[in-house]
Design a protein around this ligand. Structure first.
Ligand SMILES: CC(C)(COP(=O)(O)OP(=O)(O)OC[C@H]1O[C@@H](n2cnc3c(N)ncnc32)[C@H](O)[C@@H]1OP(=O)(O)O)[C@@H](O)C(=O)NCCC(=O)NCCS
Length: 177
């Protein structure tokens, strides 16, 4: 289940991220910020404000019974008008069960429910094979590979930009319906 942040998620988020540092820190710069708990509290506060203002849409991913926070995903408007970018991470112990793919699929459909959105992007370092497998599986196409700033230890400084436009998504949805 994807649920927008409401402000009371810190204990569950801190537990999930603390437990997952080994696979998050190589790729996610925010996972190395100390003190982690205070940093995550700031993230939640910002996520609530951004969502309220429709400036960004961050969600916690919960297990079916809402007993465990199993990851995070969001729609980010940093690419400018008409385009939106998806980000995701999954808690250790819940990897390779299709959670990131399911979240990205739901967020792509949500993005295209907004009439102003023409393209949905997923950007990841070329060495992040687990991340790239998600857009590939969902039918995104590789638009380009660009130089980028290295912000986490395993990054190479080359970012793969995956994209799907509205027409491609609707055509794909029609064939997989
Ligand atoms: C990337 C990440 C979110 C994937 O989450 P996940 O829930 O395990 O992914 P899914 O189960 O939906 O898997 C999607 C596809 O990726 C493949 N995959 C997952 N982990 C993989 C790995 N380590 N190596 C290669 N392929 C991998 C799966 O096999 C699956 O493809 P398939 O269904 O055709 O077999 C997770 O590995 C993670 O949290 N990584 C650290 C944070 C991160 O890098 N976020 C993205 C930043 S751009």
């Amino acid at each position: 289940m994807l649920r927008r942040y409401r402000g009371n998620e810190l204990p569950a988020l801190f537990e999930a991220v603390s437990f997952s540092l080994e696979h998050l820190q190589p790729w996610m710069p925010w996972a190395s910020i100390e003190p982690l708990e205070a940093s995550l509290a700031g993230f939640i506060e910002q996520a609530v404000t951004q969502f309220d203002r429709a400036e960004g849409f961050n969600y916690a991913l919960w297990s079916k019974e809402a007993s465990a926070l199993v990851g995070g995903a969001g729609l980010h408007s940093s690419l400018g008008p008409g385009r939106i970018e998806i980000g995701y991470w999954v808690r250790d112990g819940w990897l390779r069960r299709g959670i990131a793919s399911a979240a990205a699929r739901a967020l792509t459909a949500t993005a295209f429910s907004m009439p102003t959105i023409e393209e949905v992007h997923i950007h990841c370092d070329v060495a992040n094979l687990a991340s790239a497998a998600v857009p590939r599986k969902l039918g995104f196409r590789l638009l380009q590979i660009v130089d980028s700033e290295i912000t986490a230890p395993n990054e190479t400084g080359r970012t793969a930009e995956w994209v799907v436009d509205r027409e491609e998504w609707l055509a794909g949805a029609a064939t997989t319906a």
